[in-house]
Write a new protein. Structure first.
Length: 149
């Protein structure tokens, strides 16, 4: 089997919407995908709004046959935006994109298929791993009214 090295990269995104249950939908810069996370993963106590820019660590996704015993305890706003290797499971696979649920109800990531390293055909239910971190505010972008929701 081919081994790939995934590395965390500092990325950015813009909050698109915030649901009543506290789920924050973030569009990755460069139209690279969508991340949905609980509010508790965002470091700042101000009222979040669509248009807030965020920074965080993320990596390519790697399909794994034998997942590790991942530890999500470092995904804690008190520790800053430290990249942590997390596990997940593919929930959607189509011709252009995949979506993976992040372990321990930490949200989901939807990215183009080219973001997934795997020597096998992609299928729903496969285990995956990737680096992820909490997020910090990095300014605000004014969004046109029609682009919100």
């Amino acid at each position: 089997m081919v081994e790939y090295q995934i590395n965390p990269t500092l990325m950015g995104g813009v909050i698109k919407e915030i649901s009543e249950d506290g789920c924050v939908k973030i569009n990755l810069n460069g139209r690279l995908g969508v991340i949905k996370v609980p509010r508790r993963l965002i470091i700042d106590d101000i009222k979040l709004e669509p248009g807030h820019k965020l920074q965080f660590y993320f990596s390519y996704i790697q399909i794994v046959e034998d997942p590790h015993e991942y530890d999500s305890s470092d995904i804690n706003p008190d520790f800053g935006i430290n990249p942590t290797l997390l596990g997940g499971k593919l929930t959607i696979v189509n011709d252009t994109a995949v979506e993976a649920e992040i372990m321990n109800d930490l949200g989901s990531v939807a990215v183009p298929r080219r973001w997934v390293f795997t020597p096998v055909a992609l299928e729903e239910g496969q285990n995956c791993e990737f680096y992820f971190s909490c997020m910090r505010l990095d300014g605000k972008k004014e969004l046109p009214e029609k682009s919100i929701k």
